[in-house]
Unconditional design. Structure first.
Lengths: 499, 334
């Protein structure tokens, strides 16, 4: 009960007019940052961090976390409208969101995405409010082996559940792993596959690859198909929001499942990206219309968005209670906390009650404010698709180039983006799935690092991946997911032979 | 036509006079200054750079904005090469950590600190030997006994990065007490501290700021500091103990000293005025209460050096790193 009293005190802090104003400014800035691919949440927060130094810490963190929510919401917009995910966790949203937009249902897709984000975030905040101390300790059980098991599960649920020919999926994934291996090998401290090229020191950034593969690739495809920008018939009416809302409760099971996956992944802290992919993969398998996934199924938008936001929000819990950031944006926020003289860690909840509960209250209010802001703008966003392709394509190209440049302030990256664009076009023409490639670029080096850290610790024994209940369970789940279709086939054969 | 020529000539003379007076006056940036961080967002160097940026903005110490840019690729090599190739551009400064020495030595990238212009040493970062508070050893001696009793290589030391400061210290400890650890590299210091709390590694050499929260929460215990004298801060942190109460490792029979440079360099071919401008700027930064608070939170060693003293210190430190890394077998093979 003490928590509730603290929370209401937090609401009182967050609801001061000054703080509400900061909230709205933060959300708006965040949406803009989210819409520009490349200028992700982490960069946005880092750029705006110094602005907040003259504010009281609670107000400052309210504004920064609202930028964070805004960026999370904004990331979905370009994913759905132009097939350009602005953040790693928006990739899975493009799979069904973009086809929906092409079918003239962008409003529906956007509403579903925004509402799901809100639901996921709300679920996570409620969890933080009620069980913060219990859940925080859970993250401590995650050593390298457990982390690898989580990544393993993410990869397996993608390969095993994919409807594409498995060899094409694996080929695309291996290409992703190869690209992820470029740069510094963090275990030995040696450079790998850079061939003495200075620009490759940093490896291939996920964002550059994605902007090229998806954004530029899509423009090339559209050009080939005669410059027609499908989706021009988009309805631009606020009613679409209400219509979509009427449909959404039917998918409560998917939402709940995605919330749980998201919270679990956020707390562990594996992060929002594996959460969104895993949630999409599982929804595809379990949904009644799972076969339709990838062709514009609204459930295919709900699942990854809900999980990503549940994870993104619950990732703040290990940051506050342990000082481990669950995402790059959380890492910048963490730096901010230190600058204001707040030390994240076990004592923060005890010593800085006003700050912590003010932040939690602002999570509720910030998300609500964010939902209202973005939903009222749905018709405007959807109307963008009515602009003729001849005008919008150059604009998207410029946007992509700015995005790619702003990741590392490097023109080399812009060239790289174009190369990835051609690659994306060729892969699509040959029917290779892009998603496994992207998943491998995002998680490949992290999985490799965790794998090698585990083996260092176990002095080379693979038994470390089955050394305790937690890691064994996750690994077993992964293996089941990997051989799911074989298991299913065996099961149905068994049934027919018995019958 | 004649008056025109005369006018141009006069104008040229006037301009050259103006520029010569300007060069005698103090140099000042005329464009935004890029502040390169050769490390990722959220790490120690990044925090320091962003604190400086905040202080400069808040106290209006510069007329032009100071823009922090992370160039972390290749263990910071990306950032160093960027500044190295910006010869004669006074609008670019870089904050360095020990990767100033370790990155070129370990990876063989074509860079040496002498390619840059030294500006000032801002502080030195301390390293402390930490263990989980649940463990029975409360002194360095207990710890060394436990390490020696365990089978060789079964004791796990967690640290940030590979062939960088944390691993150099680990090798130093191995040499000092004649034992063998398994060193496990992680991406960031905060993560390392949490891995220790979760008992996934047996000890760490985290910087004070990375582990202080866990110390205050009663999860970690500091055993000794790798400096010649105890740290200067006497405000109690946990169990009535202050940073000052942590003994030096050497006094406890573990002969290893290591401090990490937090210093500023600028691009090659900087003029004296330009260096002077930045030295003055950082003197002003150091005088602010925010900076002093930051130093206290991170229990930094606040040594400040400039000019030839600074260059001499860096040179000696480079030799030392070369020796330490050669002994450890960390030098690039080519």
């Amino acid at each position: 009960m003490e928590e509730l009293a603290n929370l209401f005190h937090g609401f009182a802090v967050a609801l001061q007019p000054y703080n509400i104003m900061l909230m709205v400014i933060g959300i708006t800035l965040g949406v803009i940052i989210g819409v520009l691919p490349g200028l992700g949440g982490a960069n946005g927060v880092a750029i705006l961090l110094p602005l907040t130094f003259s504010m009281p810490p609670t107000s400052a963190i309210i504004m920064l976390s609202c930028i964070y929510w805004g960026a999370l919401f904004g990331g979905a917009i370009t994913s759905i409208l132009f097939n350009i995910p602005g953040e790693p966790w928006s990739v899975a949203t493009t799979f069904d969101g973009f086809p929906m937009a092409q079918q003239g249902r962008p409003g529906e897709a956007l509403t579903a995405a925004f509402t799901s984000s809100f639901v996921g975030a709300l679920f996570a905040v409620i969890m933080i409010t009620l069980v913060a101390p219990l859940v925080a300790g859970f993250a401590l059980r995650f050593g390298p082996a457990e982390k690898f098991a989580v990544y393993f599960l993410a990869f397996c649920s993608f390969v095993g559940l994919s409807k594409e020919p498995p060899f094409k999926t694996i080929a695309a994934m291996m290409m992703g792993f190869a690209l992820a291996a470029v740069g510094l090998d963090s275990i030995t401290g040696q450079l790998r596959l850079t061939f003495g090229v200075t620009e490759l020191l940093n490896g291939f950034d996920f964002l550059i690859a994605v902007i090229g593969l998806f954004g530029i690739g899509e423009i090339l495809l559209t050009m080939e198909e005669g410059l027609a920008f499908r989706g021009g018939s988009a309805t631009i009416n606020l009613r679409v929001v209400l219509q979509t809302w009427r449909e959404l409760p039917a998918y409560w099971m998917t939402s709940l499942r995605s919330c749980l996956i998201g919270c679990w992944m956020g707390v562990t802290p594996a992060g929002a990206t594996p959460a969104s992919f895993m949630s999409y993969g599982i929804a595809k398998r379990l949904a009644r219309r799972g076969n339709n996934f990838g062709k514009g199924e609204i459930e295919g938008v709900i699942a990854p968005e809900t999980a990503a936001h549940a994870a993104g929000t619950s990732a703040l819990l290990p940051m506050l209670s342990l000082g481990v950031p669950g995402s790059p944006t959380a890492a910048v926020l963490l730096g901010g906390l230190l600058i204001w003289g707040l030390q994240p860690g076990p004592m923060l909840f005890v010593e800085q009650k006003e700050f912590v509960w003010g932040l939690i209250a602002s999570m509720y209010l910030g998300n609500l404010a964010g939902l209202i802001v973005v939903l009222t703008c749905v018709p405007i966003f959807a109307a963008i698709l009515r602009v003729p392709f001849g005008i919008i394509a150059p604009l998207i190209l410029v946007l992509c180039a700015i995005g790619a440049y702003s990741v590392h302030n490097s023109t080399f990256d812009v060239m790289l983006m174009l190369v990835f664009g051609v690659l994306g076009y060729l892969l699509k023409k040959c029917n290779y799935p892009l998603a496994p490639l992207v998943l491998a670029i995002v998680l490949g080096d992290k999985a490799e690092e965790a794998f090698r850290q585990s083996l260092l610790g176990s002095q080379g024994s693979l038994g470390v991946f089955f050394s305790n209940g937690l890691v064994s369970t996750i690994m077993a789940l992964g293996l089941v997911a990997l051989f799911w279709s074989a298991i299913q086939e065996g099961y149905s054969r068994l049934r027919t032979s018995l019958a | 036509m004649k008056p025109f020529v005369v006018n141009v000539a006069l104008a040229a003379i006037a301009m050259s006079c103006a520029s010569s007076t300007a060069s005698r006056a103090v140099w000042e940036p005329v464009r935004p200054v890029e502040f390169i961080v050769p490390a990722g967002t959220g790490g120690g160097a990044d925090q320091m750079a962003r604190t400086i940026q905040g202080i400069v903005t808040k106290h209006n110490l510069m007329k032009q904005p100071l823009v922090v840019i992370n160039k972390a690729g290749g263990a910071g090599g990306e950032g160093f090469l960027d500044v190295k190739t910006s010869s004669g551009n006074p609008h670019k400064i870089i904050i360095t950590l020990s990767n100033l020495f370790t990155t070129p030595l370990a990876t063989g990238i074509p860079f040496n600190w002498k390619d840059l212009t030294p500006v000032a040493m801002l502080a030195l970062d301390e390293f402390v030997l930490w263990v989980n508070a649940e463990k029975p050893y409360s002194s360095v001696k207990d710890y060394i006994d436990a390490v020696k009793k365990a089978p060789s290589g079964s004791f796990k030391m967690g640290g940030t990065g590979s062939k960088q400061e944390d691993q150099i210290i680990t090798v130093g400890i191995e040499k000092a007490i004649d034992t063998k650890f398994t060193y496990i590299p992680y991406k960031g210091g905060g993560e390392v501290a949490v891995q220790l709390v979760g008992n996934h590694v047996d000890s760490t050499v985290n910087n004070p700021i990375e582990a202080v929260a866990q110390w205050r929460g009663g999860k970690l215990r500091p055993l000794c500091v790798f400096d010649a004298q105890p740290m200067a801060y006497d405000e109690p942190i946990a169990d009535g103990k202050a940073w000052k109460d942590i003994p030096t490792c050497k006094s406890q029979g573990l002969a290893m000293e290591y401090l990490m440079l937090r210093g500023i360099f600028m691009s090659p071919k900087a003029t004296k005025d330009q260096i002077e401008y930045y030295v003055e700027l950082f003197k002003k930064v150091r005088a602010t209460p925010e900076w002093q608070e930051f130093m206290k939170n991170g229990a930094f060693n606040t040594t400040f050096l400039t000019g030839a003293d600074y260059a001499r210190w860096v040179e000696a430190e480079e030799k030392r790193h070369e020796g330490l890394m050669k002994e450890a077998g960390f030098l690039a093979s080519h």
